[in-house]
Design a protein around this ligand. Structure first.
Ligand code: ATP
Ligand code: MG
Length: 420
């Protein structure tokens, strides 16, 4: 057994007679446990007496032949280097024994990532994004970046943060929608991992004002079915990746994720309305489902054994201008993907025919002049295409059974939080 060097922070210290047990939180989810015996390593034992929870250190040691701790791997230390001691007692419990209120967790997230539970969430978030990138690169998608400072939004002005851009007004991007579609003029498959900035004022457990999305657009599709398949394959790939690579993290969180089976259930919007009405809910045929209806549908679908399901064929009256309409003009090729009663993605087939797109803009009461940069991309051979935006925090929240979307992002931007 070789010597290992591990760096991190003390999250727990216990003295039992002439033994000191120190737990060091490092980059893996379980702490490293240092056992210092006065008899065996008197110098290090003395040092151990002087350092406390919060200290940043590195140690060199080897795995103890006998492993007694359930919390992490035990080491016998050969050397300890202290880098920084706390100048005040810690404001939160980094050991993870005393659960903190959500507000405190958000305020001290940067410190609490020392504790195994909090660390586990963000290690899995990293896996989720790794898995997505791996999936895309295996399937011929290229990663692109589009501007986050924009002149117009994808859906109109209501949810945009306005900024001053030299002598002009500009906005923070709420979605890469228009840009990823424009790229369909020259690439056949793109994706972007991007922030969404949305000036939505409400305070819910599923909305952030700065959230992250996995955005996809693919060209030369036969129908919206191609896009549905990309999304269900991506989700399945991510969940299988996490199940394979994050066993310890899931164990610490006490979470079991059900492996999904493809194809996911495809429920027509109108069918969803009928089901909900038969349960006594008042549901509009022309508007997006309410939060309550979405949840209720989740319960009904769960009883039928569906955790992940698509709602397909949203009515034109409820969608953005860029979705392709069915021949009847009433329904569109827009879909949502719901995970246990929460929308985690929206997407669909887009309108790629110039004239129809122009009419759609007008019909939605938007001024085509504001979209001329976008419309131009449809003049020179725009193939049929479609894509989706998948919320990173919402997917993570549902996979890990978190109650609030704020638990799934390191630094929260919401109605009342702008620092840290
Ligand atoms: P909702 O109706 O739930 O507010 P949306 O339909 O406005 O969501 P989309 O524009 O479809 O959202 O964005 C694509 C995905 O991005 C959503 O399905 C969701 O997973 C995620 N998302 C969008 N807005 C937010 C937000 N404010 N906070 C967290 N995630 C978001
Ligand atoms: Mg949506």
């Amino acid at each position: 057994m070789g010597l290992k060097r591990i760096c991190g922070w003390i999250i727990r210290k216990k003295s039992i007679g002439r033994i000191i047990i120190i737990e060091v939180s490092s980059d893996s989810v379980r702490p490293s446990v240092l056992v210092l015996k006065e008899e065996r390593e008197p110098e290090l034992f003395k040092l151990g007496m002087e350092i406390d929870v919060g200290t940043a250190l590195c140690f060199e040691g080897e795995e103890a032949p006998e492993q007694r701790s359930a919390r992490g791997v035990e080491y016998i230390a050969r050397k300890i280097e202290v880098y920084a001691k706390p100048i005040e007692p810690l404001p939160v419990d980094t050991m993870g024994k005393v659960p903190a209120l959500l507000d405190t967790r958000i305020k001290y997230r940067w410190l609490l990532v020392r504790n195994p539970v909090e660390k586990a969430i963000f290690i899995i978030r990293n896996s989720l994004l790794n898995a997505a990138r791996e999936y895309f690169s295996k399937n011929g998608f290229i990663e692109v970046q589009t501007p986050k400072i924009v002149a117009a939004g994808a859906e109109g002005g209501a949810t945009l943060f306005k900024i001053q851009y030299f002598e002009n007004d500009a906005y923070l991007s709420q979605s890469p929608q228009l840009f990823k579609q424009m790229l369909m003029a020259g690439f056949t498959r793109v994706y972007e991992i991007t922030p969404y900035f949305r000036a939505e004022k409400y305070n819910t457990t599923r909305h952030l004002n700065e959230s992250w999305g996995i955005d996809v657009e693919q060209g030369f599709i036969n129908s919206v079915e191609d896009v549905l398949q990309t999304l269900e394959n991506l989700i399945t790939y991510i969940i299988e990746y996490v199940l394979k690579n994050n066993k310890e993290e899931l164990e610490i969180l006490g979470v079991t994720i059900k492996k999904p089976s493809t194809p996911f259930k495809r429920l027509k919007f109108q069918e969803a309305v009928d089901i909900l009405r038969s349960e006594g809910l008042e549901v509009s045929e022309t508007e997006d489902l309410s939060d309550y209806a979405e949840k209720k549908l989740g319960e009904i679908m769960a009883e039928k054994g569906y955790e992940l399901y698509f709602i397909v064929g949203f009515p034109w009256a409820s969608t953005g201008f860029y979705y392709m309409r069915d021949e009847d003009g009433v329904y569109t090729r827009k879909f949502d993907l719901d995970y246990s009663g929460l929308e985690i993605a929206s997407g669909g087939q887009r309108e790629h025919r110039y004239e129809k797109l122009l009419n759609a803009l007008k019909e939605k009461g938007l001024n085509p002049e504001n979209f001329s940069f976008y419309l131009e991309a449809f003049k020179y051979g725009m193939p049929p295409h479609g894509g989706f935006g998948l919320g990173v925090e919402r997917l993570l929240m549902k996979m890990l059974n978190l109650e609030n979307v704020r638990e799934a992002i390191l630094f929260v931007r919401d109605r009342t939080r702008l620092v840290p």
